[in-house]
Write a protein that binds this ligand. Structure first.
Ligand code: URA
Length: 175
């Protein structure tokens, strides 16, 4: 079940315009999990339609991954004020919705450390864990999880861009 339209499970509900629900092919085996909606996503109610979304779209195209063939979602469905990272308690409050979205998925690409830490329940160092598939059971059987850079981290970092593009290629190979 998605959140109620007046969801107040955490304080992020206070400032939102829209709850940002998953987009793309909702029944795909492959899901990309971002951090949290930004300003444009909050206005349009769709994940990754702003600046980070443009970077993601470009890299997906280069990786041969069709945006319409995967599900795209976020750890939290409401925009944190000032685009700060979502707090652990906000991710925990939204977790039942993410959990439901992940049913039936076989490959999860965690975009950035917020998503990675929410999914895997531990702190990580990106350069130590990126693009190394791990197996985990998040409650619906075994899935492959790949942690990689968030598109925003790629803005001035070509090396991070290469890593994210390679992770998107891994996702493409699961389709
Ligand atoms: N950043 C995210 O993590 N998710 C979005 O939907 C947009 C920007």
């Amino acid at each position: 079940m998605p959140p109620d339209e007046d969801c107040r499970r955490c304080r992020l509900g206070d400032g939102r315009n829209n709850i940002v629900l998953p987009c793309g092919h909702l029944d795909s085996y492959v899901v990309l999990v971002g951090e949290a909606p930004g300003a444009k996503e909050d206005l349009e109610g769709v994940p990754f339609v702003g600046r980070a979304g443009k970077i993601l779209n470009g890299l997906m195209a280069e990786a041969g991954l069709d945006r319409g063939k995967v599900m795209i979602t976020n750890t939290v469905k409401c925009r944190p004020p000032g685009n700060r990272r979502p707090k652990a308690e906000e991710m925990a409050a939204c977790r039942p919705f993410l959990q439901e979205e992940l049913k039936g998925k076989r490959f999860i690409l965690a975009l950035g450390l917020s998503a990675a830490e929410d999914l895997l329940g531990k702190k990580m160092v990106m350069k130590e864990v990126c693009n190394r598939p791990v197996q985990a059971d998040l409650g619906h059987g075994n899935v492959t999880i790949v942690v990689t850079y968030h598109p925003s981290a790629c803005i001035y970092r070509p090396a991070a861009k290469d890593v994210l593009r390679n992770a998107l290629k891994m996702a493409a190979s699961y389709l």
